[in-house]
Write a protein that binds this ligand. Structure first.
Ligand SMILES: Nc1ncnc2c1ncn2[C@@H]1O[C@H](COP(=O)(O)OP(=O)(O)OP(=O)(O)O)[C@@H](O)[C@H]1O
Ligand SMILES: [Mg+2]
Length: 290
């Protein structure tokens, strides 16, 4: 469906921030909004299967400030993915409200919602969800299709994102020709190519070995260090220790909410590296050659 290019997305607009923001050592980016990026208010979600009602979320309230790095944990069936789908505007609550940067998403029509989704949110899935029989670079270009960019510009941005994830030598590879860790890095490149401020990931390391898990986590940490808000679901306690805050769900309710370090502190893994070696720059500068 063709949509007129109303407001240009951040990916296409002349004022777009660079994909990988330049970090000035010691500089902390100012909070961009006085609203929390995520504001979930007493949200319930009930699935109906015939006569049976499944209460997946029962009165969840959660505020996440810009720049935070939150891990969501909980046993299977506790409602994590249901919550994540609501956070990513892929699903709507049965009751309660959800505001992104102060905007109540129930007030938005379909077009505004997909506009907001493509401007602000990057989504990473456990099963990568790459388009089969399609090259890595074409997969990463896909989210730019609606941004009204020229083909050359789409390619340039996709290339930059893949380079930043160390995938410059796999551009023409199709998903079936890549390892799990490489596929997830392509999926992360696809999630960040539009330069979203909010990155949501549902068990992004669930299908990865320990080395690829570490690589993907360090990418999330670096993106967070650059000011992006990260919310990820995980079953693995080792993954959750990389987050600044850990929220546990149980039977569709928040059971605990533990802050491990400040919203504007460096994420734990990078904080350790930095204190050991002095401040490091984040991902390679946009457009830089490896
Ligand atoms: N589309 C659906 N239709 C009906 N019930 C659903 C649907 N999706 C999820 N549920 C139910 O809602 C509850 C929460 O599911 P959800 O997928 O959010 O759990 P989860 O915490 O992500 O679990 P897991 O760790 O196994 O991924 C479960 O009881 C599940 O069976
Ligand atoms: Mg799930």
């Amino acid at each position: 469906m063709h949509r007129p290019a109303r407001r240009h997305t951040s990916a296409g607009g002349p004022r777009a921030r660079p994909l990988i923001a330049r970090r000035v050592p010691g500089h902390r980016p100012p909070a961009r909004s006085r609203h929390p990026v995520i504001d979930v208010r007493d949200v319930a979600k009930t699935y109906k299967i015939g006569q049976i009602e499944v209460p997946a979320l029962q009165g969840v309230s959660l505020r996440v400030e810009s720049g935070d790095f939150v891990a969501i944990m909980g046993s299977s069936g506790s409602g994590k993915s249901t919550l994540m789908n609501i956070l990513g505007c892929l699903d709507v609550p049965s009751s309660g409200r959800y505001l992104i940067d102060g905007t109540d998403i129930s007030q938005l029509d379909e077009d505004d919602l997909s506009d907001l989704r493509s401007r602000k949110i990057g989504f990473v899935f456990q099963s990568f969800n790459l388009v089969p029989r399609t090259s890595a670079i074409a997969n990463v270009e896909l989210p730019l299709a609606y941004a009204g960019l020229s083909r050359t510009e789409r390619r340039r941005r996709a290339l930059r994102a893949l380079r930043a994830l160390g995938m410059a030598d796999r551009l023409a590879h199709q998903p079936s020709e890549l390892s799990g860790g490489q596929q997830q890095r392509v999926a992360v490149a696809r999630a960040i190519v539009t330069n979203p401020s909010l990155l949501l990931a549902d068990e992004p390391t669930g299908n990865l070995d320990s080395r690829s898990t570490e690589e993907v986590l360090s990418i999330f940490a670096r993106l967070n260090l650059e000011g992006r808000t990260v919310v990820l679901i995980t079953h693995e306690p080792g993954v959750a220790t990389q987050a600044k805050r850990v929220v546990r769900l149980s039977d569709g309710k928040i059971e605990s909410d533990e802050r491990r370090c400040g919203v504007h502190d460096p994420p734990p893994a990078l904080g350790r590296q930095q204190s050991a070696h002095g401040r490091r720059s984040a991902l390679p500068e946009a457009g830089s050659e490896r």
